[in-house]
Design a protein around this ligand. Structure first.
Ligand SMILES: [Zn+2]
Ligand SMILES: [Zn+2]
Length: 443
C-alpha cells in the first residue's frame, strides 16, 4: 500500500498522521486534567483515583492506559494547565502564567510535548529575588506558543530555557548549582541480570566526558583530519575496526578504568585504597579439565563460558580452593600464575605492544597471555611464553579459537578453521623499536 505512494504523498500523510496523533494526545491530556481535578488532594478518599484504589491520578491513568509513568504524569500536568485555562475567573489556577499554554492545548493547537517543553523550560516565578515575575513568564509563554507552530519540542525546550536565562541572570548560578547537586552515577539491574550504569555528569564534568568520548571516537565520526602519520594510522585502525561505535566506546572506557585503578600513583591509591578492583571467577577443576561446563562470576552468579574463565585466569592468575564433601573449605593452597611486575617490564621492552596482527595498542593497554594455554596445557609462568595482547585481541584469542604457539623463531598465531581452512600459522613479529635498535647494534 504505502510503497506505491509518491514521495510527496508519503511525507504529507506522515505530517497529517502526526497532527492527528498530537490532537488525540491533547484531548487525552484534557481528559487527564479532569481526572486529576476529580482526584485533587482535598477530596481525600472521596477522590476519583482513591476510590479506584490508586494513590494518585497519575497511577490511575497509567493503569488505565498501560502507558509509562512519565507519559501519565505528562498528561496530568498538561491536562491541569488546559483545565485551569478553561476555568473562567477561577482563582484556583496553580500556574496562571501558563493560561495561554493550557488554552492552546485545550483548543488542540499545541501538543502535549510542546506544552511540557514550555513549562519545564520557563519554570516558576522567582519568589525569592522577584527577578522573574508571573507577568514575565506570561509574555514569554505567549511568544513560545506562537513559535511552537514552527519548531519541534526539543528546540522549543531550548528556546524556553534560554528565554528563562534572559529573564533571570541571577538564576543561572542557581540552576548550575542544581545541575551540580543532581550529578550522579547510578547502577541498576537489567532484566538479564547484568548491571546498567546511568551517568549524569554536572556541567563541567559533562564537558570533560564529551571531550574524552569525542577524542576516543572521532575517527569514527569523521571529525578530525590527521596530519601526523602515526595519528593517521591510529584513526584508520579505529575506523576499520569491526566493533560498533557504542561497543568501541564501551571497551575504551572500561580500559581507561582498568589503567586508572592499576596505576601505582598516590592519586589512584587515594581513590581506590589498597584493594585492587578485579573480576573474580569461580569454576570447578572438573569443568576446567574436562573442558565442559561453565564458571561463574563471583558476586553476580551469572554463568560464563570456559573460554572466558581461561582468559581471565590467563590474565589474573588463579587460587585453588579445596572443599570436602559437605562443602567445607579444606585447603587454600595458592597457585598463582601471574607475570610479575619485572616480567611485564621485560615483555613490554621485548614486544612493544599488542602482538596481534597490525594492532598498535601500547604495552600499557595489554594483558600478558600465556602462549601455551595454562589450564589446557599445564604451562608454567615462563617469561618466554608471555605474549602481550590488548584486551580486545586477548578476548579474540580465547573466545574465538585463535591459538598462539611458540618455537625458536618466535610466536605464531594460528587462526581458527573458520578464518583459514588450512590454519596456516602467522608469525608474530615484535613491535618494539627498542628491540630493533638492539638487534642492529649486535648485527
Ligand atoms: Zn590468554
Ligand atoms: Zn590488539
Amino acid at each position: 500500500m504505502v510503497n506505491t505512494l509518491s514521495d510527496s504523498d508519503l511525507l504529507r500523510i506522515q505530517r497529517e498522521l502526526s497532527d492527528l496523533a498530537s490532537g488525540i494526545g491533547a484531548s487525552a491530556a484534557v481528559v487527564a486534567g479532569e481526572i486529576g481535578h476529580r482526584s485533587r488532594p482535598e477530596l481525600g478518599y472521596a477522590g476519583l483515583a482513591q476510590r479506584e484504589g490508586f494513590r494518585t491520578p497519575e497511577a490511575l491513568i497509567r493503569h488505565e492506559t498501560k502507558s509509562t509513568a512519565h507519559n501519565a504524569s505528562a498528561l496530568v500536568q498538561v491536562g491541569t494547565m488546559a483545565r485551569d485555562s478553561g476555568d473562567v475567573g477561577a482563582v484556583s489556577s496553580a500556574e496562571p502564567w501558563f493560561r495561554e499554554v493550557g488554552a492552546a492545548v485545550a483548543a488542540g493547537s499545541l501538543s502535549v510535548d510542546a506544552a511540557r517543553a514550555i513549562r519545564s523550560g520557563l519554570g516558576s516565578p522567582s519568589e525569592r529575588t522577584g527577578a522573574v515575575t508571573p507577568d514575565d513568564l506570561l509574555s514569554a509563554a505567549h511568544l513560545l506558543v506562537i513559535e511552537a507552530a514552527q519548531v519541534d519540542a526539543d528546540e522549543l525546550l531550548r528556546r524556553a530555557r534560554s528565554a528563562r536565562d534572559d529573564l533571570d541572570e541571577a538564576g543561572i548560578a542557581d540552576r548550575e548549582r542544581a545541575a551540580f547537586e543532581e550529578r550522579s552515577v547510578r547502577r541498576t539491574r537489567r532484566p538479564n541480570g547484568l548491571s546498567r550504569y546511568i551517568i549524569d555528569p554536572d556541567i563541567e564534568s559533562a564537558a570533560f566526558w564529551d571531550d574524552v568520548y569525542d577524542t576516543l571516537t572521532s575517527p569514527r565520526r569523521g571529525g578530525v583530519r590527521f596530519v601526523d602519520d602515526a595519528d593517521k594510522a591510529w584513526a584508520e585502525g579505529i575506523s576499520s575496526d569491526e566493533r560498533t561505535t557504542d561497543q568501541y566506546a564501551h571497551d575504551c572506557f572500561t580500559q581507561l578504568l582498568r589503567i586508572a585503578v592499576s596505576a601505582e600513583t598516590g592519586e589512584s591509591r587515594r581513590i581506590v585504597g589498597s584493594r585492587q578492583p578485579a573480576v573474580r571467577v569461580l569454576v570447578t577443576r572438573t569443568a576446567l579439565e574436562a573442558r565442559q561446563g561453565h564458571g561463574r562470576i563471583e558476586g553476580c552468579d551469572i554463568p560464563i563460558s570456559l573460554e572466558t574463565v581461561e582468559r581471565i585466569a590467563c590474565e589474573s592468575g588463579t587460587v585453588q580452593l579445596d572443599f570436602d564433601e559437605s562443602g567445607r573449605p579444606l585447603d587454600l593452597g595458592r597457585e598463582q600464575r601471574l607475570y610479575s611486575q619485572r616480567q611485564r617490564i621485560a615483555l613490554a621492552a621485548a614486544q612493544g605492544g599488542c602482538m596481534f596482527g597490525d594492532c598498535d595498542r601500547p604495552p600499557r593497554w595489554c594483558e600478558a597471555h600465556h602462549a601455551k594455554h595454562w589450564k589446557r596445557d599445564h604451562g608454567e609462568t615462563n617469561i618466554l611464553d608471555g605474549v602481550l595482547l590488548c584486551r580486545y585481541h586477548h578476548l579474540l584469542v580465547h573466545n574465538n579459537g585463535w591459538e598462539i604457539v611458540r618455537d625458536d623463531a618466535g610466536f605464531w598465531l594460528i587462526p581458527p578453521r573458520e578464518v583459514d581452512a588450512d590454519q596456516r600459522p602467522r608469525l608474530m613479529p615484535s613491535k618494539s623499536a627498542a628491540l630493533r635498535d638492539l638487534r642492529l647494534l649486535s648485527a
